[in-house]
Design a protein around this ligand. Structure first.
Ligand code: NDP
Length: 426
């Protein structure tokens, strides 16, 4: 007998009932706790002892939190990327089919935006702009990014009440204002053709992260005349990661963030504040805590990042290729299992090794980004620890969604590929 799945139940009722991220309590505490965490971690990274476990915790002095230049720079940066988004560069791609049967169009020009940003930054450096001043501006910039995240999330929440019912995300439409504000009610909020979620996902924050890193490197040059090997590695690894994401921008159209999650505080804050200001902690840590890195140590770290990147890229490309064209010669010979939806699941190749090989590669890279910072402090390892928790939680969310989508076929896949992320461990 056919079991009705939770999606069909939700489609029939006007409100979704499923709660994630700790329900209303999580949705109330996270928007308070995470912004404070960002400010706390930036303050700790630049303090001489850089101790995350210090008691009482190190609180930033209020005079360090504000600089009138910060809102100007932040809004100017968002305006620049809005302009670059609207430039008729690159191709236009269609997203997946929506619940009303339509497909939205998206400009694939994020890599152009990155290249233009890098050229502009080089020009600024050549003109003698003091990019190292970003080190002093980090806290005020983070405060402004947090402010923008709240304002944008309020706007998104309010405007969602004018959206058609089929345009609401299945998960962020519970009727509880705190929870829906956090999860996001509307799936693809747009102003004309300008897609707010797609824009925020990979542009101002992600490219902003590269700029913050470069600012930290220039600060190091100001202080010690040349960048350290550790700083060069951190900058290069993270630039590669951002460039890769933007080069493969089209792949974001099939991710959980775009396809499933509404656009609310969780994604807005993650994109605009969390990514640029916590993913750059290693670079800001290195400004105040220089590290000596041996040639052998550096080679081993480069190798680790290379292996992680290889697994991450190959596995993501294999699945994307398979989903786009299962008859393509690079994937047509892979073993698959059928599902009731008509889609097939890969059970050999990278997706036969573990159920999330892309997460495994991502985590190996995360470790390689921390190792140049040495072993004297915990703070540079914050990213690996946080990212492990995030990906384990994300894997569980994805698993729930796949079980709902694929039912018995998903169970068969799990039996065939028993490990989730780490072979023989988890
Ligand atoms: P994934 O790319 O892992 O996609 C999961 C989906 O893939 C499933 O919902 C399912 O969708 C499909 N799938 C799962 N198993 C199979 C299979 N065996 N065969 C075919 N299709 C399968 O999603 P994410 O968005 O979580 O991750 C994308 C990348 O982004 C990852 O590399 C991740 O590490 C990275 N990431 C980075 C973050 C950061 O902050 N740096 C944050 C989050 C993610 P369907 O069947 O419907 O196609």
């Amino acid at each position: 007998m056919m079991r009705p799945n939770s999606h069909s139940i939700k489609r029939r009722s006007s409100h979704s009932t499923e709660r994630e991220f700790g329900g209303t309590l999580g949705a109330t505490c996270i928007p308070i706790f995470l912004p404070l965490t960002v400010l706390y971690l930036i303050s700790v990274s630049r303090s001489p002892e850089a101790s995350v476990l210090r008691w009482p915790p190190l609180l930033p002095s209020t005079s360090h939190l504000w600089d009138p230049l910060a809102p100007l720079l932040l809004l100017g940066w968002i305006a620049l990327h809005t302009f670059l988004y609207l430039l008729p560069l690159g191709k236009v791609s269609e997203g997946l089919v929506l619940r009303d049967g339509t497909r939205l169009k998206y400009p694939i020009n994020g890599f152009h935006a990155l290249c233009i940003s890098v050229v502009l930054l080089m020009l600024l450096l050549w003109l003698g702009a003091p990019l190292g001043y970003l080190f002093e501006l980090l806290l005020p910039l983070a405060v402004c990014a947090i402010g923008v995240s709240f304002l944008l999330s309020f706007y998104l929440y309010i405007r969602s009440f004018w959206a058609a019912h089929h345009a609401l995300a299945l998960g962020g439409n519970t009727g509880n204002p705190l929870y829906d504000f956090f999860m996001g009610r509307e799936l693809n909020p747009r102003i004309g053709n300008f897609d707010l979620k797609y824009f925020c996902e990979l542009r101002p924050g992600l490219i902003g992260w590269v700029v913050v890193n470069l600012g930290m490197m220039m600060k190091e040059v100001e202080l010690r005349d040349s960048p350290s090997l550790a700083m060069i590695l951190v900058n290069s690894f993270q630039l590669l990661y951002v460039a890769d994401a933007l080069w493969n921008e089209e792949a974001v159209l099939t991710t959980m963030d775009i396809v499933h999650d509404g656009f609310g505080f969780m994604l807005v804050f993650g994109d605009l504040a969390w990514v640029p200001f916590t993913y750059s902690l290693q670079a800001s840590f290195l400004v105040v805590h220089p590290q000596d890195l041996s040639a052998l140590g550096a080679t081993a770290i480069v190798a680790l990042n290379g292996i992680g990147y290889y697994i991450f890229r190959k596995s993501n490309s294999q699945k994307n290729q398979f989903r786009r064209d299962p008859t393509h010669p690079s994937v047509s010979k892979l073993e698959t299992i059928a599902t009731a939806t008509g889609k097939r699941l890969l059970v050999s190749g990278w997706w036969g090794l573990v159920r999330h090989p892309n997460y495994l590669g991502d985590l190996l890279m995360a470790l390689a980004w921390s190792l140049p910072c040495g072993f004297s402090h915990l703070l540079p390892y914050f990213y690996v620890v946080y990212f492990t928790v995030l990906l384990i939680h994300r894997e569980a969310r994805d698993e729930r969604q796949c079980r709902t989508k694929y039912g018995l076929a998903w169970d068969t896949y799990c039996r065939r590929v028993p490990y989730r992320i780490f072979p023989y461990i988890y």
